[in-house]
Design a protein around this ligand. Structure first.
Ligand SMILES: Nc1nc2c(ncn2[C@@H]2O[C@H](COP(=O)(O)OP(=O)(O)OP(=O)(O)O)[C@@H](O)[C@H]2O)c(=O)[nH]1
Length: 442
């Protein structure tokens, strides 16, 4: 029948193109059909390259196949399922002994079908995973400068290893059930920042950050935090032994790297620091702010931008020289650093223009921050060659809008508010509003 031959042709084509080895044989192993992948896998094993019989071809590596098939009584069914056959003779050019996976299905009392694949790499990966487990266990019990913490899906502490006490000074009673932000200094993180880390770990498989951490006694250290989601735990085979860690959703490893901080910061300074003031440069501001904006897109939260511009700076330069003007800029950068949190992104975005992006901050919080800066500048003039130089600054504030798809519209609004503060007489703050008359002047 033409239909039959078409079907047969399609089957043959499928067998040839299948990404695994397929062999059809009779119940005694005599091969009636073999696809190229099977031939490739079996050829090096078959004595004299003879591929007429499946059992004979595999004789040297799986001698019990023939009796296994002969002894399989049911009329049809799976004779063996993903049987791993180590091929002792490593193939040419490969140091790794090869491992074949073999499944044999009895189709009827006359025919069997075999599925063959090379699982060498998979087995190697499984072995590596087991090694990692062993390694992780070693960390848990032996290494002392890491604190290993198990977190639940919401980022709250479930368990820890003994070294948590050595690294952070916290005891079990202090940490259990608390969000992992408790290990960060309060001004170095926000509640939403904690969720960001969990999302980033979920998306990328891990998340690593460095920052100021806090010990139980309030003292601070520079620490790295590696956060990794854990695969679903099999209760019968816990990955780690410590109480509370085995069912954790995330693994957090905190390390005290105070001694490496200088090297890390020197590298970052070269790329992301303003050469004059030492605070973030324009590039750092744009990169970090875009990142922050993406985070607030995923987990909405208020985000504020404050743009500062020194007033009549040209006349500061004219009176005290360009070098004197530089010292005033440095003074203002130091004021900004003191006035804002570590989590805020503070940068010099232009000549005498500075930007501060404040995560998880609403208009009232941003306004308070800007007013704090104006008060500090008024209270502590810059010192230029031993002479006090009084100066003032204006600030424009804008809040991230759900429609903002980049930093540009937010900056534009903050600039408009800043322009209004300047026009309103300088040395003041202004919050952007869609209605220009309603913009909040100081
Ligand atoms: N010392 C110093 N001056 C700078 C630097 N970058 C920009 N400037 C000066 O900053 C001044 C900015 O002047 P303008 O934009 O006219 O503004 P302004 O005099 O501050 O007046 P308003 O902003 O309107 O209050 C110019 O004189 C620039 O030369 C810098 O790195 N160091």
């Amino acid at each position: 029948m033409p239909g039959m031959s078409l079907e047969h042709e399609a089957l043959i084509q499928f067998l040839y193109l299948a990404p695994v080895g397929l062999v059809q044989a009779d119940i005694d192993g005599a091969i009636s059909m073999i696809n190229p992948i099977s031939a490739q896998l079996l050829m090096p094993l078959a004595r004299g390259g003879d591929l007429s019989n499946l059992f004979a071809a595999l004789e040297s590596v799986a001698p019990d196949l023939r009796p296994m098939c002969a002894g399989y009584a049911p009329p049809s069914g799976t004779i063996c399922d993903a049987l791993q056959i180590p091929v002792n003779a490593a193939p040419h050019g490969k140091a790794q002994p090869m491992i074949l996976s073999l499944t044999i299905v009895k189709l009827d009392h006359l025919r069997i079908m075999a599925v063959l694949s090379d699982v060498t790499q998979q087995v190697q990966r499984e072995r590596q995973l087991r090694q990692s487990d062993a390694w992780l266990n070693a960390i848990l019990t032996n290494i002392t400068d890491y604190a290993l913490i198990g977190l639940d899906a919401a980022g709250c502490v479930r368990g820890w290893n003994d070294s948590i006490g050595r690294v952070t000074g916290f005891s079990a009673a202090d940490v259990i059930g608390k969000p992992f932000s408790m290990f960060s200094a309060p001004d170095a993180t926000t509640e939403a920042g904690l969720l960001d880390r969990l999302h980033e770990a979920d998306r990328n498989g891990w998340c690593m950050e460095e920052g100021t951490r806090q010990r139980a006694d309030g003292s601070r250290f520079w620490g790295s935090a590696l956060l990794a989601p854990l695969p679903d735990r099999d209760a019968a085979a816990p990955l780690v032994d410590a109480e509370g860690l085995k069912d954790a959703a995330y693994c957090l490893i905190i390390r005290d790297i105070t001694d490496k901080r200088e090297a890390t910061q020197a590298r970052q300074r070269a790329v992301f620091c303003d050469f004059l003031t030492g605070i973030g440069n324009r590039r750092a501001f744009f990169e970090q702010a875009e990142l922050e904006l993406k985070r607030s897109e995923r987990v909405p939260r208020p985000t504020a931008l404050v743009m500062f511009d020194l007033d009549h700076f040209k006349s500061v330069n004219d009176s005290h020289g360009h070098a004197g003007g530089d010292q005033v800029l440095c003074h203002f950068a130091a004021v900004l650093t003191a006035a804002f949190r570590e989590v805020d992104i503070v940068a010099r975005t232009g000549g005498e223009e500075f930007g501060v992006l404040m995560p998880s901050t609403d208009q009232a919080g941003a306004l308070a921050g800007a007013e704090r800066v104006l008060a500090l500048v008024a209270a502590q003039p810059a010192m230029v060659d031993g002479v006090a130089v009084a100066y003032t600054v204006s600030a424009g504030i804008a809040i991230l809008d759900g429609a903002d798809d980049s930093l540009d519209p937010l900056m534009k609004r903050a600039d408009q508010a800043l322009y209004r503060a300047k026009n309103g007489g300088r040395n003041r703050t202004s919050c952007w509003s869609a209605d220009p008359d309603a913009q909040h002047p100081r």
